[in-house]
Ligand binder design. Structure first.
Ligand code: MN
Length: 241
């Protein structure tokens, strides 16, 4: 009996192998359709890679803060945004267009879409050796604020007077540089912003951005942060604005 069972099983197994290619084909087609479907609905946006190591900006921002900020906070904005827009008409918009019409979107899209836009900008406008503003960007800074130092003073004031969580911004409005701040994850691209324009520099003043190293001393964080501003990237954004 045991032997017969063994033979039966073996025969069944080889029969299964014989028909496997046909079954396997339709099965794998079905799987790839499912994958395409979930990729379309679940992952419109992805966490961007940092253009430097987590410890690259330690002169201003510690490694652990950078790592948690990027892999936990930013990742959560990306995941929540993807989930919130899945299967809705908002899914077909570019991130910039989503920002420009954000008043029509639910609060969760405003918070997490803004979070994704703002952090994607934030990582790029920082660098280990970010240089200094020059050329047309420096001219525009001097023309709007008299000097780089006065621009920094105004920006720092915007960062310090933003109560609670938010961002300070240097943005282009009608061809001119201006400074503003926004609450939560709002930004100057949004139609709900008090001061609208194209951001070229932004500073995250949520406590999660500085608390491990600076605790309550937001002013020290803001002052130190200028050492890691990537002025080449700011100039690029200014030229494109
Ligand atoms: Mn943040």
């Amino acid at each position: 009996m045991k032997r017969r069972n063994f033979i039966t099983k073996t025969l069944l197994a080889s029969a299964a192998l014989t028909v496997a290619p046909a079954l396997g084909f339709s099965k794998s087609l079905e799987n790839s359709n499912n994958l395409n479907r979930s990729a379309k609905f679940m992952a419109k946006y992805e966490l961007p890679k940092l253009p430097y190591a987590y410890d690259a900006l330690e002169i201003s921002i510690d490694k652990l803060t950078m790592e948690i900020h990027h892999t936990k906070h930013h990742q959560a904005y990306v995941n929540n945004l993807n989930n919130a827009i899945a299967g809705t008409e908002l899914e077909s918009l570019s991130l910039n267009d989503l920002m420009k019409d954000i008043s029509k979107a639910p609060a969760t899209v405003r918070n997490n879409g803004g979070g994704h836009y703002n952090h994607s900008l934030f990582w790029e406008i920082m660098a280990k050796d970010g240089g200094a503003p020059e050329g047309v960007l420096l001219d525009a800074i001097n023309s709007a604020f008299n000097s780089l130092d006065e621009m920094k003073e105004k920006f720092n004031a915007a960062a310090m007077t933003r109560f609670g969580s938010g961002w300070a911004w240097l943005l282009v409005q009608n061809g001119k540089l201006v400074i503003s701040s926004t609450p939560n994850q709002d930004n100057p691209l949004m139609d709900v912003a008090d001061v609208k324009g194209t951001p070229v520099l932004g500073l995250d003043v949520w406590e999660h951005a500085y608390y491990l190293k600076y605790q309550n001393k937001r002013n020290d964080y803001v002052a130190n942060w200028w050492q890691v501003v990537n002025w080449k990237e700011v100039a690029k954004r200014f030229n494109e604005a």
